[in-house]
Structure formats: structure tokens, C-alpha cells
Design a protein around this ligand. Structure first.
Ligand code: IVH
Length: 690
């Protein structure tokens, strides 16, 4: 069978790819059950991107490529909610829950009372609006924060970056959910930052010398209100849906049915849920959920119990701020009371002085807590913590426990006397004695001595860190010895160490000395991105380092680049560019880089060619083309970084079909490989301005 070129439509190829990507996104992000590898997914996404770049007129907002768009020009607009986003009343124990249940039954009268119980996720609530298009599919139009409950902020550009939120709900899914014929709908749910994303974000911030987020909820809230959608996309937020509204009214007959409809529409719904007829059943569910709490990949602070049936909900109605038909059972915070034995001041890599409370050791949720971060002088003052204070220490989703409040000394406890003096941050660095600097309007104080042993210790620890230069065996104790013995006064000194010197240190044997030297030697090949992170340029974390390395290809080129040139790199703004300039203009840093170069530390990276549009893609050519010969087409594809193969397989990115295309076209259709024509190929080959 042969085909005419007119049958080949890029539009169809694009639509087929989109459909496939949506399917895999749902499997991956909503159901946690992917069936293809990340690499295969990425290849399909790139194929779609290239096709869309060749056909900008075919790009639609609901395309999987369009999750990360431009920043909202005028900040976030205020929008009134279709119906108020209310809050919940709380219950803290079984008695309060029983009292609520009695009241519900009283008010419900003869109406049945069945409860739907689900997790109370610790994030922030959002309302996402969809409108049904002429095509019959529903498109995500708007995403709003709760705001004051009446009006929220329009954070659509950021909500779009959340992979578990569909940009498009097909007509088929609407029908499956029993929603055929609606003009639009609204989904309400909780946006959370998974604990792993939160920790990754904080590690990255720590490396870049930025302030850390206190817990996943604050991080999620801050992220959703960030004006840079590409940053939001990297943070990997997640969204669990819990309400479905049509025309501002609940769409289903009950809460459990509503969650099922949301699942059918393709939303992520939390699987830990149940229905209960009695308080005993609720208590049983609560117990199971609390026991499971620490194994969940996100934070929860309790369970929400909702009266299931719509009619009963309506009869119960609302108080001013909350529905009478729902209640939040709050788990007790994982906390303990203990005493502050001392307030230490530590010196970070950037010289920042941070107060840390040394605690009388106490167990919280299975771990022993001995220290709690106090962040800065303002925080100490806000809490009113002194040496000897009794405090409630909480362990949230974060690894670092924090002091929630000062409490009265518990009955029968004895300990040290509470200091009469409030805590004051020292005027000088506690380690080297240099006068600490406090910038105008900032709370933090810094030790400005770049040779300060405390800063050097932190810099070396960071340099050796697994995610940086990866020098295994170079831990805090050994670094301290190297500093004390005077063998190391700068990062570069690591590379001049020899076995004889190491053997003079306590507890260092021949074997460990040799292995350390090997590790140090090996680290020379870590590459430019790792090295950029390692030398400690403020605001340059992992991702920025990688982007810089890829864009410039060498340390020299980065050192020579002006601010404007630096800002050409994705994600490098004025603040980061200024910090990079400042680093390379400093003579000490220049000397450090030169010494590292002299000992052979690798300072280059593969420069990412922006022009290699078709890199990693495989094409199969079939039939004869209107303007190019097959040979010419092949040469041009290869020049743009693509590959040309003779036979169609699942790995083929595109089949380019001309007149009289043969069996390869049939094969492509059979395997679902997108088919394009010569015009599209030419458009793909055109260099794109970026
Ligand atoms: S229902 C009118 N369900 O808790 C009912 N809320 O304290 C209010 N939350 O603002 C929402 N998980 O941000 C509901 N499964 C869940 C929830 C949940 C977390 C949050 C939500 C709400 C707050 C109320």
C-alpha cells in the first residue's frame, strides 16, 4: 500500500504524541505506576517539543510541553472564589470527636449519617478551574490559592507546573466520571511539597548560602507564590484533590463518590481513606493513620472526617468559618519538653553566625534530639529562649528539630538555673575573634575573615561532600586535624598532601592515608560543575553550576564573563551574576583557582551545543520528498545532531514520509511513531533563535 503526502498531517503527529505523553504522565505522577523509562518519556517529550517548535501555530496551552510558561507580568491577581474556601474546626481527642458526632446526629435528625475519613495533608489549599472547550475536552483555566477564603491569588502559571494536575481532561474522562454535558468544573485540593523535595530544596539552598525553609508546608506556600514558574517546576510540588464542584456546588451525591469521580477525571486522590459508620470506626482509622504517619512521603497533621451524604451536609450547614459537617482531628505534634543547657554560636561556610540550642537529650518519635537550630537573633528574641529555659521541641518534616516555645519548668523536674540575662549574639566571631559584620537592615551577622578556621572547616567539609567533589573519608574530625596541624590552610592544600604528612596525624594509618590520597586524586576529575559548587560561590548551587558549566565550558570562560553574558544563562539573574563576578574579582579566589589548576583539577566541561536541535532523535525516511533528495535530508538531519535509520522500531522518533511512501509508513502507524512530512522536517532543521 502506498500513501499520499496529503494524508500526513503534523497536527495528527502532534496530537498523537500529546495523548501518549498525557497517558504516561497520569501513570507516573498520579498513579505512581509508570510503564516506560524516564529516558523514553523524555525522548517523547523532546520529540513533541521539536515538532511544536516547527509548528508554533499548533501549540496549545494544554500541551504537555506547556507546563512551564512565562512569569505573570503583573504579579498575582486577586480573584473571588466561586464559593468561600472555608476552614475546619478541630478535635484533639476522642471525647471531642464523640461530642462532634453527637451534635451531627442530633442535627441530622432522620437523615443517615455515614462519614468519609481522609488524611489531612499539611500543605495549602487551592481551587483549580476547568472549562469545557468546543472540542468537548476540559482545559485548565485558572488556579487560585485560598487567600482569605473569599478571594485568592491567581497562581495559574505555577499550578500548571504540578505534574499531577492535568492540563486537559478529555471528553472521554468526563463521560467516564458521569460529567458529560457540564460547561466546566472546579477541583479543590491540597498542594504539598513531598519531604524528599523539601530536603533536596533545603540542601540546595544551604549550598547556595540561602536561608532554609522551616518545613514542607511553608516551602510549598512560598513556592506556589514564586514569580518564576521554572523554579516552581523544579521544586516538584504535588496536589491531592478532595472536592469537586460544578457551578459552585458539590458535584456528587457524597464525599466518597466525589473522590471516585475525581479519580476518574485523572486527578490524584489520596488512597488512604475510608468510610465509617461509627466513632469507633473513625478512631480505629485514626490509630492506623497515626501509626503510618512517619512512613508517608509527605507531611500530614491529622485526619479530616466529613459527613458523606450531600443532603445531610446541607441540613447541617455552616458556622461562620467552617462546615458543621466536617472536622479535623489533629494528631499531637511530635514534640517533647526539655531544657536548654547552652546556646552555642556556630560559624558557617559563608561566615554566617547561627545560634544553636544545646539541649538535655530527649527522645521524640524514635530519635534522640540534642540540638535545635535557632536561626538568628530575632528568632531567639521572639521565643525568649535563654540558657536554662525549658522549651517544647518539635520535630516536623524537617530533619532539624526546632524550638516551638518556652514553657514553664515542669513539676518535679530539676535542672540548671535559668539565666537572668537574655541571650545576645556575640560582637565577634566565636572562633577567630574577628569583629562580626551586620549589614544594614539584616538580622544575620557574618565573620568576614576568609581565613577563619571555622569557615575553612565548613568550606572543606562542603568541598569534600558526596554531592560535590566526593572525597570519601575526609570528614569533620580529619579536617580538624589537618587544620590544627597547619597542613591545610586552603582548599588547594588538599592536593599537595602526601602520605608522610598524613601518617603523622593521630589515628591515621597507612591504609587510610593511601585511600584518602587516592580519593583526593580522583576528585580532580569531578568536573567543572562540581568544582564550581565546591569553591563556594554564593547562590551557585547544583543546578546553576551545571547550567554555567554547560554554557561556558571552562572555568576561564566563566571567570572572564561579564554580568550580561552570565545573565544569558538560564536561571542566572542579576543577583547570581553579581555574586559570580564578586567571586572571580577577589584576589584570594583567583589564587585558589590558579592553584587548583596548577595541580591538575579538571576545569572544563562539555559545552552544550544549543544548535544540536535533533540530538538523540532517530529518523526514518520513506518515499520521495518534494524539494530534497533522501541523501540531502539524511545529511541535514545528521548535521543537526540526529540519526537516520533504515527501519522503523519503537525507538524511532519520527518517520518522514514523502510521495509513494511504502510499508515503513504502515509500520510507523502500527507502532504509534509520529509521521511528519518534508515541510515539517525543514521547519525542525531551521535554527531557532533562543
Ligand atoms: S476539606 C470546608 N480535606 O485543612 C472544608 N481540607 O484546616 C475545608 N486540608 O484549608 C477543606 N487536607 O488546606 C479538607 N482532606 C482534606 C484536607 C484539608 C488538608 C487543609 C485545607 C484546609 C485546612 C482546614
Amino acid at each position: 500500500m502506498t500513501h499520499k503526502t496529503s494524508e500526513i498531517s503534523s497536527e495528527e503527529a502532534i496530537e498523537a504524541l500529546r495523548e501518549e505523553l498525557r497517558y504516561h504522565e497520569h501513570l507516573y505522577y498520579v498513579l505512581d505506576a509508570p510503564v516506560i523509562s524516564d529516558a523514553e518519556y523524555d525522548a517523547k517529550m523532546r520529540a513533541l517539543r521539536v515538532l511544536e517548535e516547527a509548528h508554533p501555530e499548533l501549540v496549545t496551552e494544554d500541551s504537555p510541553t506547556q507546563r512551564v510558561g512565562g512569569r505573570p507580568a503583573e504579579g498575582f491577581r486577586k480573584v473571588t472564589h466561586s464559593r468561600p474556601m472555608l476552614s475546619l474546626d478541630n478535635a484533639y481527642n476522642a471525647e471531642e470527636l464523640q461530642a462532634w458526632d453527637r451534635r451531627v446526629r442530633e442535627l441530622a435528625g432522620e437523615l443517615p449519617v455515614l462519614y468519609a475519613a481522609e488524611l489531612k495533608l499539611d500543605g495549602l489549599s487551592v481551587a483549580i478551574h476547568y472549562e469545557v472547550q468546543a472540542s468537548g475536552d476540559a482545559r485548565l483555566m485558572r488556579g487560585l490559592t485560598r487567600g482569605d477564603g473569599q478571594t485568592g491569588e491567581d497562581v495559574t502559571s505555577n499550578v500548571r507546573t504540578i505534574r499531577s494536575v492535568p492540563l486537559l481532561v478529555t471528553e472521554e474522562k468526563l463521560r467516564a466520571a458521569g460529567m458529560a454535558g457540564v460547561a466546566g468544573f472546579e477541583v479543590r485540593g491540597e498542594v504539598v511539597m513531598p519531604i524528599a523535595s523539601f530536603q533536596r530544596m533545603n540542601e540546595e539552598r544551604e549550598r547556595a548560602g540561602q536561608d532554609l525553609a522551616a518545613n514542607p508546608r511553608n516551602a510549598a506556600a512560598g513556592t506556589l507564590r514564586t514569580l518564576e514558574p521554572n523554579i516552581v517546576a523544579q521544586r516538584r510540588l504535588d496536589c491531592y484533590a478532595y472536592f469537586l464542584l460544578v457551578g459552585g456546588e458539590y458535584a456528587a451525591a457524597g464525599q466518597a463518590a466525589s473522590l471516585e469521580m475525581l479519580e476518574k477525571l485523572g486527578f490524584r486522590v489520596n488512597p488512604h481513606r475510608t468510610t465509617c459508620g461509627t466513632v469507633e470506626e473513625i478512631l480505629d482509622f485514626l490509630e492506623r493513620m497515626e501509626a503510618m504517619r512517619s512512613t508517608l512521603p509527605y507531611e500530614i497533621d491529622g485526619v479530616v472526617i466529613k459527613v458523606d451524604a450531600q443532603p445531610t451536609q446541607l441540613r447541617l450547614g455552616y458556622t461562620g468559618r467552617a462546615p458543621r459537617w466536617a472536622i479535623a482531628y489533629k494528631f499531637a505534634a511530635r514534640a517533647a519538653v526539655t531544657q536548654v543547657l547552652e546556646i552555642e554560636v556556630t560559624v558557617g561556610r559563608t561566615g554566617k553566625l547561627s545560634p544553636v540550642a544545646v539541649l538535655r537529650p530527649v527522645g521524640i518519635g524514635g530519635t534522640t534530639v540534642e540540638r535545635a537550630g535557632l536561626f538568628n537573633a530575632d528568632e531567639v528574641a521572639r521565643l525568649g529562649v535563654r540558657v536554662g529555659s525549658w522549651v517544647r521541641v518539635e520535630r516536623g518534616g524537617d530533619v532539624i528539630p526546632k524550638i516551638a516555645e518556652v514553657v514553664p519548668k515542669p513539676e518535679g523536674e530539676s535542672g540548671i538555673e535559668e539565666s537572668v540575662e537574655p541571650f545576645r549574639m556575640p560582637d565577634a566571631c566565636p572562633v577567630c575573634g574577628t569583629i562580626a559584620r551586620q549589614a544594614e537592615g539584616e538580622v544575620d551577622r557574618y565573620c568576614v575573615n576568609t581565613d577563619c578556621p571555622a569557615r575553612l572547616l565548613q568550606s572543606l567539609l562542603y568541598f569534600a561532600h558526596r554531592g560535590v567533589m566526593n572525597i570519601d573519608g575526609l570528614g569533620e574530625a580529619l579536617i580538624q586535624q589537618l587544620l590544627d596541624s597547619g597542613l591545610v590552610r586552603s582548599i588547594a592544600d588538599l592536593y599537595t598532601l602526601n602520605e608522610e604528612q598524613l601518617l603523622k596525624l593521630e589515628r591515621v594509618g597507612k591504609k587510610s592515608a593511601q585511600s584518602l590520597l587516592e580519593q583526593i586524586e580522583r576528585s580532580k576529575q569531578a568536573g567543572l560543575a562540581r568544582l564550581l559548587m565546591g569553591v563556594g560561590i554564593r547562590f551557585v548551587g547544583e543546578r546553576t553550576a551545571e547550567l554555567l558549566a554547560g554554557a561556558f565550558g571552562s572555568m576561564e570562560a566563566i571567570a572572564a564573563a561579564g554580568r550580561e553574558e552570565l545573565e544569558m544563562v538560564d536561571e542566572v539573574g542579576p543577583k547570581v551574576a553579581a555574586s559570580i563576578r564578586e567571586f572571580f574579582e577577589n584576589e584570594r579566589n583567583q589564587a585558589l583557582v590558579e592553584r587548583l589548576r596548577a595541580v591538575g583539577v579538571k576545569m572544563t566541561a562539555e559545552k552544550k551545543q544549543r544548535s544540536a536541535e535533533l540530538a538523540g532523535m532517530t529518523f526514518v525516511l520513506t518515499g520521495s520528498f518534494p524539494t530534497m533528495s533522501r541523501e540531502e535530508a539524511k545529511a541535514r538531519i545528521e548535521a543537526a545532531g540526529g540519526k537516520v535509520s533504515g527501519s522503523v522500531s519503537k525507538k524511532t522518533s519520527f518517520v518522514v514520509a514523502g510521495e509513494e511512501a511504502g510499508s515503513k509508513l504502515d509500520k510507523a502507524q502500527e507502532l504509534g511513531v509520529p509521521v511528519i512530512d518534508e515541510a515539517t522536517l525543514l521547519a525542525m532543521l531551521e535554527p531557532k533563535a533562543k
